[in-house]
Design a protein around this ligand. Structure first.
Ligand SMILES: *[C@@H]1O[C@H](CO)[C@@H](O)[C@H](O)[C@H]1NC(C)=O
Ligand SMILES: *[C@@H]1O[C@H](CO)[C@@H](O)[C@H](O)[C@H]1NC(C)=O
Ligand SMILES: *[C@@H]1O[C@H](CO)[C@@H](O)[C@H](O)[C@H]1NC(C)=O
Length: 285
């Protein structure tokens, strides 16, 4: 009797243990599915984000190869991405790119650093054809990010390349902050005699709204720099000269320890000069 009762109660216990186990297994599978779903939906990248990543890494690898510097391009991407992913694209903190800048800072080429404002196409044609001067866009970070658009979004790890805020839509957007920060870093590293190519075809070649005026000039440091040489690119019939009031403002803003010079050079002279190869890298002005 006792044995039978014991047996039947054991079997009941076993059945209820089996039921409990089954229930636990079902709950476990459901939870696993939910976690997996969340993980997959946040790690699955949209194609445009994947394309940006591959563009950044390919450009970085090409740069590293052609300049023979040692930089880890996967690390560059990771540092870059961490600045904006998961963030409201109008509320990126100004210091977000500091780790990227610290890890990937440019090697400055003293006496060969070229700043520009409103002369972008000519300047880049010039540094490409005559490999003597270095603009921000000729450094690793500048060349990798030139012309690209990107942003993140709250609540996702994805990178987007469309529907991102434009340059003037909000101050703290990822693209604008990147260029502000990269420009500041480049100017902070400026050393020796520094050149700035400004536009003599406009009324205000040193415009307060430009990155050159609002960020770069403020970073110039006389402990590293000797002076600033302005090359004012002119065309026939231009009335702007080195006597332009905005250039007087520029001169006043510089540390008095820095030498200042300004020279008017015609665009056609620069264009002819850049076609003549010169291994000694003599100036075109
Ligand atoms: C690149 O750098 C490595 C190590 O610094 C050196 O051995 C090699 O000769 C360099 N190559 C070129 C093309 O400069
Ligand atoms: C100077 O600015 C004018 C007007 O924006 C532009 O058309 C011209 O191409 C610029 N010059 C250079 C050398 O970039
Ligand atoms: C210039 O650089 C030196 C050395 O890095 C630093 O101590 C100094 O504060 C800088 N000056 C300005 C005006 O930023």
């Amino acid at each position: 009797m006792d044995d039978v009762e014991t047996y039947s109660s054991r079997s009941k216990k076993r059945r209820s243990r089996f039921l409990k186990f089954g229930l636990a297994a079902v709950i476990f599978v459901v939870i696993l599915a939910i976690i997996l779903g969340v993980v997959l939906s946040t790690t699955a990248r949209n194609p445009s984000g994947e394309k940006l990543k591959s563009t950044v890494i390919t450009r970085c690898e090409k740069f590293v190869e052609s300049t023979n510097i040692s930089r880890d391009c996967q690390k560059l991407w990771n540092l870059f991405e961490q600045a904006y992913v998961g963030r409201d694209p109008c509320a990126v903190p100004p210091e977000a790119y500091n780790p990227l800048m610290a890890g990937m800072h440019p090697d400055p080429s003293c006496n060969r650093m070229l700043f520009w404002s409103k002369t972008k196409d000519l300047v880049h044609d010039f540094t490409e054809k005559r490999d003597c001067y270095q603009t921000l866009e000729d450094t690793l970070l500048g060349s990798v990010m030139d012309g690209l658009t990107w942003c993140g979004k709250e609540g996702t790890r994805e990178t987007f390349t469309t529907d991102c805020p434009g340059w003037t839509d909000c101050d703290n957007n990822p693209v604008r902050l990147f260029w502000n920060r990269a420009s500041a870093g480049f100017a902070d590293a400026a050393c020796g005699d520094v050149t700035a190519m400004l536009n003599g075809s406009i009324a205000t070649p040193f415009s307060p709204a430009s990155i050159f005026a609002s960020i770069e000039v403020k970073q110039f440091n006389s402990t590293r720099m000797n002076g600033l040489n302005v090359v004012l690119v002119t065309n026939k019939n231009d009335i702007t000269t080195c006597e332009n009031p905005s250039l007087k403002v520029l001169q006043k803003e510089l540390d008095p320890k820095l030498k200042y010079s300004c020279k008017e050079v015609t665009q056609s002279n620069i264009q002819e000069c850049m076609l003549r190869p010169d291994p000694a890298c003599g100036a075109c002005w």
